[in-house]
Ligand binder design. Structure first.
Ligand SMILES: Nc1ncnc2c1ncn2[C@@H]1O[C@H](COP(=O)(O)OP(=O)(O)OP(=O)(O)O)[C@@H](O)[C@H]1O
Ligand SMILES: [Mg+2]
Length: 360
C-alpha cells in the first residue's frame, strides 16, 4: 500500500480538521505534530484490514490509543521495511563453516562479534560497538560469506543493498536512492547491511565523473549518520579493488575496521572441504590428499571443484544405472578442470594491500 504522505497542512488547518473529525480540540502547534502520527496510524490500520481506512476513523482510533499507537506503527513499519529491502535470516551454520584459523575469523570474533554481544562489558571499558566495516581481498575468498556469517552468529537480519536497487531510476538518481535506502535502514534494528563491489559506489573522486563523485560524497555523509544511531545496525562493505576506493573513505573515523580476507590455510581448506564433502555421495576419501591438491584454492574454487565432482557423479550414475560413490580418484580425475585463483602475483598484490590498507 502506498505510504507516501501528502504535504502537512498549516497548524491551524490541522487543529480545525482534527476538531471536526473527532471533537477533540488541540493547540495548532500540538495538532500539527499529531497530524503525521494520525496519517501513520491511518496507514497502519489500512495495512491491517487490507483496504484504505478513512482519515476520520484513523483520527478517532489514534486519539483513543494515543499511548501505544506510535510504537505499534514503528514495529509494523519496521517489518514492512525489512520485506521491502529483501531481508534474509541466515543460519548459524554459516559461521561454523569457517575454520577458526581462517583469517579473519578470530579478528571478526574479537573486534566485531564480541563488542556487539558483550555490550555491558564493552560499555564498561569504553569499547565502541562497530557500525561500519570494510572487507577487501581477491575474488572468491569469502567476503560475502563472512558478512552473512556475522548476521547468522548475531541472529540479525542480512540485507544486501544491490547496485540494481541504487540504479533503479537511472545513474543520476543513485545518490538520492542511496540516501533514501540509508534513511529507511536507519529505522531498522538488528540488521547487517551489506554492500558488495563497494568500489562501484565509492571509487576515487579524482578519476570519477560528476555522477560518481556525488555518490561517493553521499556515502561519506551517510557513515557518520549511521554511527550516530543507537540501534543495532552494522554496515559491511566489500571490495576486490581497495586501491580504487576514494582515500577519504579509508581514513580513520569512517570504517571502524578495514579487514583483509585472503587465501586459505590447511585448516581453512579442511573445514570447507569437510562441509562440502558431507553433501556428496562419498566412498573412500583421503582427506589429506584433497587438502594437498587444493593448495592455492579460494573457497569459491573449492566450491567449483566440488560442483564439478558432484555433476560427474550424477552423470555417471545416470549412465551406468548403479550407485556411484565419489572417491579420491574422482577428485584426481576432475582436478585439472579447476585452476587455483590465487597465483604468486595475486598473493603478492594482496600482501601489499594488507600492508597499505588494513586497519584492524
Ligand atoms: N568458509 C566457507 N565455507 C563454505 N563455503 C564458503 C566459505 N567461504 C566462502 N564460501 C563459498 O565460496 C563462494 C565464494 O565466497 P564469497 O562469495 O563469499 O566470496 P567473495 O570474496 O565475496 O567473492 P567476490 O569477490 O567474487 O564477491 C561462495 O559460494 C561461498 O558460499
Ligand atoms: Mg562477494
Amino acid at each position: 500500500m502506498n505510504a507516501k504522505k501528502p504535504p502537512t497542512p498549516t497548524p491551524e488547518t490541522c487543529a480545525r480538521t482534527i476538531l471536526e473529525m473527532s471533537g477533540a480540540a488541540f493547540e495548532p502547534e500540538i495538532a500539527v505534530g499529531l497530524w503525521s502520527k494520525i496519517l501513520d496510524h491511518k496507514w497502519l490500520l489500512s495495512e491491517k484490514v487490507g483496504r484504505d481506512m478513512g482519515l476520520r476513523t484513523a483520527c478517532i482510533d489514534f486519539l483513543e490509543n494515543m499511548e501505544q499507537a506510535p510504537d505499534e506503527y514503528r514495529t509494523y513499519k519496521r517489518k514492512d521495511v525489512l520485506k521491502e529491502m529483501g531481508a534474509q535470516s541466515v543460519s548459524r551454520e554459516t559461521w561454523d563453516t569457517i575454520a577458526d584459523s581462517q583469517p579473519p575469523k578470530r579478528l571478526v570474533q574479537r573486534r566485531i562479534i564480541l563488542p556487539l554481544t558483550e555490550t555491558n562489558l564493552a560499555q564498561k571499558h569504553g569499547v565502541v560497538s562497530p557500525k561500519a566495516i570494510l572487507f577487501f581481498g581477491p575474488p572468491g575468498t569469502g567476503k560475502t560469506h563472512f558478512a552473512k556469517a556475522i548476521a547468522g552468529v548475531l541472529a540479525w537480519w542480512f540485507i544486501e543493498i544491490e547496485p540494481s536497487m541504487l540504479m533503479a531510476e537511472g545513474v543520476e538518481k543513485v545518490g538520492a536512492n542511496l540516501r533514501g535506502i540509508m534513511r529507511q535502514a536507519r529505522n531498522l534494528n538488528d540488521a547487517v547491511l551489506f554492500i558488495d563491489e563497494f568500489e562501484e559506489i565509492a571509487g576515487s573522486r579524482d578519476k570519477a565523473d560528476r555522477i560518481d563523485k556525488s555518490i561517493t560524497n553521499e556515502f561519506l555523509k551517510q557513515i557518520p549518520l549511521l554511527k550516530s544511531q543507537e540501534n543495532n545496525l552494522l554496515l559491511v562493505c566489500a571490495t576486490n579493488y581497495i586501491r580504487q576506493l576514494d582515500t577519504a573513505m579509508l581514513r580513520p573515523g569512517r570504517f571502524d575496521c578495514i579487514i583483509p580476507v585472503g587465501g586459505l590455510d590447511t585448516k581453512g581448506r579442511t573445514t570447507i572441504l569437510k562441509y562440502y564433502l558431507s553433501k556428496l555421495n562419498t566412498g573412500q576419501i583421503d582427506l589429506a590428499r584433497l587438502i594437498e591438491m587444493t593448495s592455492g584454492f579460494t573457497p569459491a574454487d573449492i566450491q567449483y571443484f566440488i560442483d564439478q565432482v558432484a555433476h560427474f557423479a550424477f552423470e555417471q550414475e545416470l549412465k551406468e544405472k548403479e550407485d556411484y560413490l565419489v572417491t579420491t580418484d574422482t577428485f584426481i580425475q576432475m582436478r585439472e578442470k579447476v585452476n587455483p585463483s590465487l597465483g604468486n602475483d595475486e598473493i603478492e598484490a594482496f600482501e601489499k594491500d594488507c600492508d597499505n590498507y588494513s586497519r584492524v
